[in-house]
Design a protein around this ligand. Sequence first.
Ligand code: 5AD
Ligand code: SF4
Length: 408
Amino acid sequence: ADLVIFNTCTVRENANLKVYGRLGQLKKIKNKNPEMITMLCGCMMQEESVVEKIKKSYRNVDIIFGTHNIFKFAELLSMKVLDRAESKKMIIDVWKDTTEIVEELPVERKYHFKSGVNIMFGCNNFCSYCIVPYVRGRERSREPEDIIAEIECLVKDGVVEVMLLGQNVNSYLWRGDSQEVNFPALLAMVAQTVPNMRIRFATSHPKDMNDDILRAIATHSNICKHIHLPFQSGSNSVLKDMNRKYTREWYLDRIRAIREIVPDCGISTDVFVGFHNESEEDYQQTLDLMKEVMFDSAFMFKYSERPGTMASRNLPDNVDEEVKGRRLQELIDMQVEISHQSNLKDVGKVFEVLVEGVSKKKSDELFGRSSQNKVIVFPDNGAKVGELVQVRVTECTPATLIGEAIKN
Ligand code: 5AD
Ligand code: SF4
């Protein structure tokens, strides 16, 4: 490669450690090919100690920039290219303060049929374990007109599914001179503007998951019936220490509301074990909540302390690594079983599937996702990537639904 970019994430320690591993591997490659340019960006670069470490131990990095000045990417790269012959100096351009949202950046999409669209940046919630508010700055919502314009461009490019993105999309709020647009209003605007596009959104915060949002999902058939609603822990005392601003009872009530207002909604979650003072009892409450809700899928983690957070200052990381490991494994094993149960319930039903590609396991099968965000595999019926196909589910594994396309 002429150029290698690491777009980093520092939310959990594991991802952070991987970057150093990759930089180590890169040393050898770069020795052979000194012309290659390496860039580091993303929220890990917003941590001063990280930049110091890279300056000291990874001299072969050419450019470092942060999350607040991502729009300077092209400028920094051309500086380096012009400069390359003369200077081996590392270019470091990390901004401490958040900038205004910079619109109309050039965008290259990974897929031609689906795309993410940021509707807001940053987070104001300050969950005690979380580094995001420190490295991605305060909450900033984009102007609705700009979001709509971007989505209309995507339609012209042939994109058929869009994912509205933010750390806490439920608190999206645009205050203009003459109008105020909140998240349910934005959802309705997008759904009406592009009626043939499937619309998803992530991530939702339970404290802000109100019935208006659920009604917007229920009203517009092109809004996907899937909600990602991290619960993090089933114990009220742990939730309090986490500064999540809701209780177990509140969370379960929001699940009830989802099931009532959007009956066929897929629900997924994030949870992590081993936070400060998490006892066996607290952990048991997490297991119980998962059994009660029966999530379709879950991202499950072990707590890792992140520098600068409230927890790193006041709430010691005092659960044994071994205990964390055991709890996480149990949680994963249980969720595999629950996901299987959830899939079994879908056997016999018909879903609209957006075709994403050829199955990795069998070349004569296609795969895609249902509105509920479940992966469905089915024999190739000639459909193209990005096409919508009606598929009847005939069987399943814990991770996948298997079906056959219905002839129109
Ligand atoms: N340790 C472990 N998991 C974390 N998450 C966020 N911060 C931490 C941390 N310090 C998890 C949460 C969040 C997801 C994106 O990452 O579950 O929802
Ligand atoms: Fe982190 Fe909490 Fe914000 Fe999510 S809502 S990004 S967990 S501070």
